[in-house]
Structures are given as structure tokens and as C-alpha cells.
Design a protein around this ligand. Structure first.
Ligand SMILES: [Zn+2]
Ligand SMILES: [Zn+2]
Length: 145
């Protein structure tokens, strides 16, 4: 049974699917993602690009920094994907755009060095000061002051 996951933008012009287990699911607390999504934090799904496709529509692109492409719906403005030369072969989708986000619980937090002081979650997941990947977590669970 293929593990097909589907999602869409707010207005439904852009729909997508992929057929693979996610590489990872994580909260990102960096300032760039905060500005791109107009939210204190966002939740990404890392997916092999080869297993991903747009079923309908095609997003517009904003190059937020060299080598970084942020895709969004030109009709309703939903953020659809993050792609970076730093992560070749991978596309980062947003948990909130999926038809079934409940099935995609985050497994960690990245860039907590840029986390807002008034935003916190109570989970015991690993927290990375900067990027995740092969790095060691800075700590687990909420910040201690
Ligand atoms: Zn849309
Ligand atoms: Zn980020």
C-alpha cells in the first residue's frame, strides 16, 4: 500500500502529493521562516524531491536569500514549499498545508537560537540551537531560565 500524502493551498489552486515516508518533521524558529509565514514558528516536512509532485497549479517563487527559493500560491498567498541549494534533492513542505497534518507530528525543533521568548511548546523533543541534521541537540524540552 503506497503511503501517498496530499495537501493544498488555502484556495485549492495548488495541490500536491508525495509517495514516501518524510525524511524528517520539525519546527523551525528562524527569523526568515517567521517573516515568510507571518507566524512565530512553522512546521516543516522534509521530503525527497523525486517523490514529490504538484498535482494542480504551480507556485510563484520568492528568492529570500541566495540559493533559497520560497514557493507560494499566487492566488491566496499560502506558503507551499522551501527549497535550498544547501539541501539538494529535498523539498520542505509545511505541515499545515496537508490534508492530514495530525499524521505528521514534529520530531524536533531547529534554530531555537532565534526562538521568540514569549513562544514555547511543552513537548520533550530535541532542540537544536541552529540546524538539525547531524548536529547534537542543544537540549531537550522547553527552555529553562
Ligand atoms: Zn491558493
Ligand atoms: Zn527557518
Amino acid at each position: 500500500m503506497p503511503d501517498v500524502r496530499k495537501g493544498r493551498c488555502f484556495c485549492g489552486v495548488i495541490t500536491f502529493e508525495f509517495n514516501a515516508p518524510p525524511n524528517w518533521v520539525a519546527y523551525c524558529h528562524c527569523e526568515s521562516c517567521r517573516r515568510a509565514t507571518s507566524s512565530p514558528v512553522t512546521t516543516y516536512i522534509g521530503v525527497p524531491y523525486s517523490e514529490f509532485r504538484y498535482v494542480s497549479g504551480s507556485p510563484k517563487t520568492y528568492q529570500s536569500s541566495p540559493g533559497v527559493r520560497r514557493r507560494f500560491c499566487g492566488s491566496c498567498g499560502s506558503q507551499m514549499a522551501f527549497e535550498s541549494d544547501e539541501y539538494p534533492g529535498e523539498i520542505h513542505l509545511f505541515a499545515a498545508t496537508f490534508d492530514d497534518p495530525e499524521a505528521l507530528a514534529p520530531r524536533g525543533h531547529v534554530h531555537t537560537g532565534e526562538q521568540l521568548s514569549w513562544f514555547e511548546t511543552a513537548d520533550a523533543l530535541p532542540r537544536f540551537d541552529r540546524a538539525g541534521g547531524g548536529n547534537k541537540p542543544t537540549h531537550f524540552g522547553p527552555k529553562r531560565s
